[in-house]
Design a protein around this ligand. Sequence first.
Ligand code: PLP
Length: 389
Amino acid sequence: MKKDKFETKAIRNQIERSQYGEHSTPMYLTSSFIFDDAEDMRASFAEEKHRNIYSRFSNPNTSEFINKVAQMEGAEDGVAFATGMGAIFATFATFLNAGDHVLSVRAVFGSTHTLFTKYFPKWNISSTYFNATEIDNLAPLIQPTTKCIYVESPTNPGLDIVDLERLGQFAKAHQLLFIVDNCFATPYLQQPIAFGADLVIHSATKLIDGQGRVLGGITVGKKELIRELYLFARNTGASLSPFNAWVLSKSLETLSLRVDRHCENALFIAKKVEAHPRINWVKYPFLSTHPQYELAKKQMKAGGNIIAFEVEGGLEAGQRFINAIRLCSLSSNLGDSRTIITHPATTTHSKLDESDQLAVGITNGMIRLSVGLEHPTDIWADIENALKS
Ligand SMILES: *Cc1c(COP(=O)(O)O)cnc(C)c1O
């Protein structure tokens, strides 16, 4: 039987059963694997055999997780990491050399920004930012040493949409490696490889886990690229633990259901927030007032679970709003079953100075909401009540 639908593959793509005939994949909590004899050992290390040797290299649970995400993304293969940042760092470290240049969207995840600005200069790797919505004239930003183009879409926390198809064509025309951090959209809502991405990265900590339990990361793409990344990963050690891989692979079984509901709830809240008199603006990719609504609809199945809005009255009003929240959690995570409220200017993006914050759409009164799976009317009641404060 051909298992071609997303939901079916998410559930039926399983590693081989053991001799016990278990229905659900067991956890393989083992650091190493045994060999039959000296020849088996030699051939295994020579990679003449495809088998598990040591869990830093591979493990049945991580293989199942990788196979699922790769299938969902339309990728040939992947490598799993202990965290999303582990995946991002290893991907850059594998493909960049000293002296290379990275062209990146300005609004990147905070720690990715820190990589570009604090650590890459140590290795003489430079980077140039461009705005998510201004991709018409990128050619002048390319240098002879430019190696890759890096984007997140929707961006965090500004929720701008990057036109993946046009950037894919641009990257191809200039022979640049096109890398997409697809964390906000998940493989269910958006598949960047279909638009020309060479490598797709996820922090599995967010919607893939979906319940705020474990950290994990993954990079998927073409076999030749993944082979190089795999060798870097197995020698440098940021491997995903088998336990976390098991949790994350189980989570993927329900990804479509959870993300559908996250998106429904988020759209419900976005419309309520938009209609509220104490809100200056709200941004959500699938609101018709989003400046890139048409593009969002073209490249995403639904709008995701993150909403950004600004409370009237600046920093003080934003902080009063947060202090009046009762049900939602004040936390820096996102993509959890619990609705989470963050104040980017003083937390996740506090490392950026004010002009850099404004350049990525962060104002003092801006609130980022990661809409969870509670009943939407309860989420809204909490927000509406806090807006009265
Ligand atoms: C959280 C996040 C990361 C980093 O993932 P960790 O698992 O926390 O290391 C990278 N990119 C985006 C867009 C994220 O939201």
